[in-house]
Design a protein around this ligand. Structure first.
Ligand code: Z5A
Length: 219
């Protein structure tokens, strides 16, 4: 396996989708010819995953138990890793993924209070040990993020959780970033999309995964 696996994490509305799109456009221009840039997400990166996503985010009168929720995210991930992520990494592609295992630790662990050892075992089963090469954690005050997503319309089941829940999630990301400083890079997401994108491009250039002669794109 020789591709690169880059994950974007953060609370709701932190700008992951926006930044992944811009990063993919920039990488497509600036990486070696033939190296494919793949954009995907969790939950819902596969056909089966889209059905699981619907179950997870639909309004089910909160009848999904926390353990069921944990296993549904893991089922989505197992299918995603096996049928999409690993095959692309085996072909030397660059995979950009909106959320991965750290989301489960932050949301089901810190947010819901599920047991951390159980989460680690479930993540290991779902991924076969695959970890990101690099994770950008877009760090944002949860009230700002939730205000952004509420402008989009009706919040989904996860978005309707309490502010306390979302604050615990953010705290979870902070602790993960402290534990894994080499893999997880904190990006201040309370800035313009252009400024955030420049920092992401600059970080990727320093890692020399791309043609370092390439200019940083105007955003
Ligand atoms: N979840 C979980 O619990 N466990 C797991 O293991 C996994 C996930 C994998 C998936 O939701 C839910 O599943 C999520 C975690 C949980 N739950 N919640 N709540 P999703 O996929 O539907 O949504 P999301 O991942 O939370 O992303 P999002 O809400 O779509 O936000 P985003 O992708 O981070 O941000 P965005 O779409 O780029 O931007 C949001 C808005 O802000 C949009 O209008 C932008 O134009 C605007 N924006 C973006 N950047 C900026 C800046 N810099 N300034 C101002 N405005 C901006």
């Amino acid at each position: 396996m020789s591709g690169k696996f880059i994950v974007f994490e953060g609370v709701e509305g932190s700008g992951k989708t926006t930044q992944i799109g811009q990063t993919a456009d920039w990488l497509r221009i600036n990486t070696d010819r033939g190296r494919k840039i793949v954009v995907t997400r969790e939950p819902g990166g596969t056909k089966l995953g889209q059905q699981i996503r619907q179950i997870l985010l639909d309004d089910l009168d909160n009848c999904v138990s926390y353990r069921t929720e944990l296993l549904l995210y893991a089922a989505d991930r197992a299918q995603h890793v096996e049928s999409l992520i690993r095959p692309h990494l085996d072909r030397d592609d660059i995979v950009l993924c909106d959320r991965f295992t750290d989301s489960t630790i932050a949301y089901q662990g810190y947010g819901r209070g599920c047991d951390r050892d159980e989460i680690d075992r479930v993540n290991q089963l779902a991924t076969g040990g695959l970890q990101s090469d690099l994770t950008f954690w877009l760090d944002l005050d949860v009230t700002i993020g939730l205000e952004r997503v509420l402008l989009r319309g009706k919040p989904d089941r996860m978005e309707r959780a309490t502010i306390d829940f979302h604050q615990r999630v953010r705290q979870g990301y902070q602790e993960l970033a402290n534990i894994y400083p080499d893999r997880m890079i904190r990006i201040d997401a309370d800035r313009s999309p252009a400024d955030i994108q420049l920092e992401i491009q600059s970080t990727l250039r320093q890692l020399k995964w791309i043609d370092t002669q390439a200019p940083i794109a105007e955003t």
